[in-house]
Design a protein around this ligand. Structure first.
Ligand code: DHB
Length: 311
């Protein structure tokens, strides 16, 4: 019997596959579709203090090798998502979920997290330190001082299970420095990676998305090796109490297998879910189970993190 069940912190999931924040998660209707699929969970669109319309369209485009987007944080406001995950939490037999959040300033982030702390929601929260698409707002997680300052303040009042969504890092020294920061805090997980920020896709002689003169976050096949490197780099460096969620370039069971081999406890699907719809979870789960069965693995623990090196 092959199982793709997993656990993040104290929360059990029957399947390790779920959506990546930003895809199929803007409204209750989309979230309910993911919830009704073979996915083990869903994460909400990153909620801000006030609802946002986001950037002008076109702001997401599929390409042969993935996607480019500059959505600009369109969302219904964090209270909308907080209410929905709280409602589901109180339904017997419900899956567990992840609430994604960030403020447009540190003050806003603290206002949001203090509201969640005071709420009835006891589930997982993902603080998004890696949105690349709001003009004039740099990604928090590329500033280690700012990241340390925000997390230090957060953990003076926040006692519920919290993880962070990270951008890709590209230098071994940055892996070391980032891990040193995150190891100082009682985080439950880090999620690697958000899109590779500020790529540029050209069709004929023009950019393909309107915001930021065409610059946008890359997802899909383009990003898998970077995602795997980040998952494994953090798996090697973080204390065992901080688990890894692997995101980036997952389209097949083989991709999910590689993320788990690198150390992921949960695996998220973004671009490929956008392209294929929630039926993708059944396909990728079956493909992952087939690989496990062929190799004689019964659970994810049988191969998680057990990447082979060449001596
Ligand atoms: C958006 C994109 C991101 O990669 C993210 O982490 C949050 C928001 C966006 O453009 O909406």
């Amino acid at each position: 019997m092959v199982s793709t069940a997993t656990q993040i912190g104290d929360f059990h999931f029957d399947n390790c596959l779920m959506n990546a924040a930003g895809v199929y998660c803007m409204t209750r209707e989309e979230l309910a579709e993911v919830d009704a699929s073979a996915a083990g969970s869903f994460v909400t669109k990153t909620g801000t203090l006030a609802a946002r319309a986001g950037n002008p369209e076109p702001r997401y485009v599929d390409t042969d090798l993935g996607s480019i987007n500059s959505m600009g944080l369109p969302n219904q406001g964090f209270q909308y998502y907080l209410e929905y995950v709280t409602e589901l939490q109180n339904q017997p037999g419900s899956k567990h979920h992840i609430l994604s959040l960030v403020g447009l300033s540190p003050d806003e982030t603290h206002t949001i997290l203090k509201t969640v702390q005071a709420s009835d929601y006891e589930g997982l929260v993902e603080l998004n330190l890696s949105c690349p698409n709001v003009p004039g707002k740099p990604q928090i997680a590329y500033d280690f001082e700012m990241t340390t300052e925000i997390l230090t303040e957060v953990f003076t009042y926040y006692t519920k299970p919290l993880g962070v969504k990270l951008p890709p890092y590209f230098d071994i020294v940055h892996f070391d420095q980032a891990a040193e920061v995150f190891n100082q805090f009682p985080l439950v997980f880090v999620n690697c990676i958000n899109s590779i920020g500020n790529g540029l896709v050209i069709d004929d002689e023009s950019v393909v998305i309107k915001p930021k003169q065409g610059f946008g976050g890359l997802g899909g096949d383009y990003v898998k090796p970077t995602a795997l490197a980040n998952v494994h780099a953090f798996y090697q460096r973080l204390k065992p109490s901080i688990q890894i969620i692997g995101t980036g370039g997952v389209r097949t069971g083989r991709d999910a297998f590689e993320h788990i081999l690198c150390g992921a406890s949960m695996v998220q699907i973004g671009t490929a879910l956008q392209q294929e719809g929630p039926a993708i979870f059944e396909r990728v789960t079956a493909e992952l189970q087939a690989i496990m069965a062929e190799k004689g693995y019964e659970t994810l623990e049988d191969f998680r993190g057990k990447l082979n090196y060449i001596d």
